[in-house]
Design a protein around this ligand. Structure first.
Ligand code: ASP
Length: 310
């Protein structure tokens, strides 16, 4: 049994080796490795799962390669609105933020809502004001801007479609949401997810990522899950909580439950994407039904891997 485990993702979608340059592949490997370093540092020192998922997710939000925080995708009106959530499996406390702008680290705002307010979710301007009141870092539009995401949006501007960001190489689909799940040395688990959502989304649209039970869920009794994919089917399938339910009520293992949800339940409603999960025994899994998913895992048994394709 591993004493600690950290699993991260940087989004799923039509991520093909044929579309990738060596430099780009290297940059993704480096970014995922750095996020694993940040989260593992917390766990190695005996820190909590919740602090580890925060640290790993912040590292991914700060990296312009991913669709979360800096580098978020553009909505229909050319603005970047972000969603995030976090859940502590020990206390089953949760925090979430939706459709927020200019917050440097939306996952920190979700954490602050969890720890410093009586609420679970704040949105838009109210969430922004709460962040400022609590001294969280804000940034101007330019900080979040990336040429790459802007070009993706330009390809879709004026259409009524919304797409996963890794999929906007014209017609294919990709999601660049980020997330982390962890087990700490005290046997507690936690999950976090952060995203800019889908390219060309209707302003005000909220995906699965900030919805507890859909994009994120954690319960020491069962599992900690962070999802990435086409948000609408993930919301309708109550995806993350469904994995927990299959474990709790049917006695399935983490991997069995994740496989049923991703390859059966989601597939039946065109829910493209995937998820990462851990349980309190140190089992971990990364399951997806798309071409690829940026992902990585590190644990106290010496596993240290970063992968992109199937
Ligand atoms: N699930 C996210 C959303 O629908 C997108 C993604 O995972 O990239 O907002």
């Amino acid at each position: 049994m591993s004493k600690y485990t950290l699993v991260i993702h940087g989004g799923a979608g039509t991520i093909l080796k044929t579309d990738m340059t060596d430099e780009k592949e290297l940059a993704y490997h480096k970014a995922l490795g750095e996020a694993l370093d940040k989260g593992a540092e917390v766990l190695i020192k005996g820190g909590s799962a919740i602090d580890a998922v925060r640290a790993a997710t912040i590292s991914l939000e700060d990296n312009i390669l991913f669709n979360a925080g800096r580098g978020s995708v553009f909505g229909k009106d050319g603005r970047q609105e972000m969603d995030a959530s976090i859940m502590d499996g020990k206390t089953k406390m949760a925090g979430a933020v939706s459709a927020v702008q200019h917050i440097r680290n939306p996952v920190e705002l979700a954490y602050t809502i969890m720890t410093k307010s009586p609420h679970v979710m704040l949105n838009g301007k109210g969430a922004y004001d709460f962040a400022v009141l609590n001294g969280l870092k804000t940034e101007p539009d330019e900080y979040f801007f990336s040429e790459f995401r802007h070009n993706q949006w330009k390809q879709m501007q004026g259409s009524d479609e919304a797409a996963l960001d890794h999929n906007v190489i014209i017609k294919d689909k990709k999601f660049g949401t980020v997330g982390a799940v962890a087990l700490d040395v005290n046997g507690n688990i936690a999950a976090a997810t952060s995203t800019g959502g889908m390219t060309n989304k209707q302003f005000g649209r909220v995906g699965d990522s900030p919805i507890i039970g859909a994009g994120t869920y954690a319960n020491n009794k069962t599992c900690a899950i962070s999802c990435t994919g086409h948000g609408e089917p993930f919301i309708r399938a109550v995806t993350a909580y469904d994995v927990s339910c299959l474990m709790e009520y049917k006695g399935l293992s983490l991997e069995e439950a994740m496989t049923i949800v991703v390859h059966d339940k989601l597939m039946k409603i065109d829910g493209e994407g995937g998820m990462i999960g851990v349980d309190a025994k140190g089992n971990a899994a990364m399951v997806f039904n798309s071409e690829g998913m940026y992902r990585g895992m590190r644990n106290s048994n010496g596993i240290n891997e970063v992968r992109i394709y199937k």
